[in-house]
Ligand binder design. Structure first.
Ligand code: PGA
Length: 248
């Protein structure tokens, strides 16, 4: 099963989100075999997304707090998300690591919180341009996976390889870079989880669009994609989902 997730980031008011969900529901008809579609709007649009999208389309959040409840002003907790009908959560996105102090340690706490509440985390990892240029890509990916998952037992998970230099730049990784990164991640997860790692979808993210996605699965070995900018256009996102469904 491939997975295509749309990360809307901080875009779309509730009213705009409703219109986009209606358009997505239409564009994704009559359903796409072999592909799990996940829509991750801002927290404020989760409710409307769950109500406007057909049941077979999953709804996910873009972040989550690690405690269930308490005096934590501004945070959104796992039970709040499950109560809204969410099934997935993006955890450790590079924008959260870069701008909001997310670390491998907080990522790991968030993963545990997801699993306590049967939410499937989409764990994001990826190197910066500087790390790549210094030849540290493999070490960074290993450190991020290990930091997030060391000591865990197999549980529902998606891993997204998102090279930071490819996010929002229009410069997607080449299929060969994609397959190299994914091989590192698969190897690291297999070291931690053994054979159970094989059932974890490994996605690629970073400037994916309808024109460049096919080689990412066919040559790059991605089990799907985490799509940012191109997920805000219903017809484009649907085209990516359809491409992922071809030949599965
Ligand atoms: P992008 O974002 O597709 O706009 O590059 C991907 C992501 O940040 O998940």
């Amino acid at each position: 099963m491939r997975v295509v997730a749309g990360n809307w980031k901080a875009h779309r008011s509730t009213a705009e989100a409703e219109a986009l969900c209606v358009a997505l529901a239409e564009a994704l008809q009559p359903g796409i075999g072999g592909v799990q579609v996940v829509i991750c709007p801002p927290f404020t649009a989760l409710h409307v997304a769950r109500h406007r999208l057909p049941a077979e389309i999953h709804v996910g959040a873009q972040d989550v707090f690690w405690e269930d409840a308490g005096a934590f002003t501004g945070e959104v907790t796992p039970p709040m998300l499950t109560g809204l009908g969410c099934s997935h959560v993006i955890v450790g996105h590079s924008e959260r690591r870069q701008h909001f102090g997310e670390t491998d340690h907080t990522v790991s706490r968030k993963l545990q919180a997801c699993w306590r509440h049967r939410l499937t985390p989409i764990l994001c990892v990826g190197e910066t341009l500087q790390e790549r240029e210094q030849g540290h890509t493999i070490a960074v990916l290993r450190r991020q996976v290990h930091g997030a998952l060391n000591g865990t037992v197999p549980a529902p998970l998606c891993v997204a390889y998102e090279p930071v230099w490819a996010i929002g730049t229009g410069k997607a990784a080449r299929p060969s870079d994609c397959s190299e990164g994914l091989a590192t991640l698969r190897g690291e997860l297999q070291g931690l989880w053994g054979a159970a790692a094989r059932s974890v979808p490994h996605l690629y993210g970073g400037s994916v669009n309808a024109g460049n996605c096919a080689p990412l699965w066919n040559e790059g070995g991605a089990d799907g994609a985490l799509v940012g900018g191109a997920s805000l256009e219903a017809s484009v996102f649907a085209a990516i989902c359809r491409s992922a469904g071809e030949g599965v």
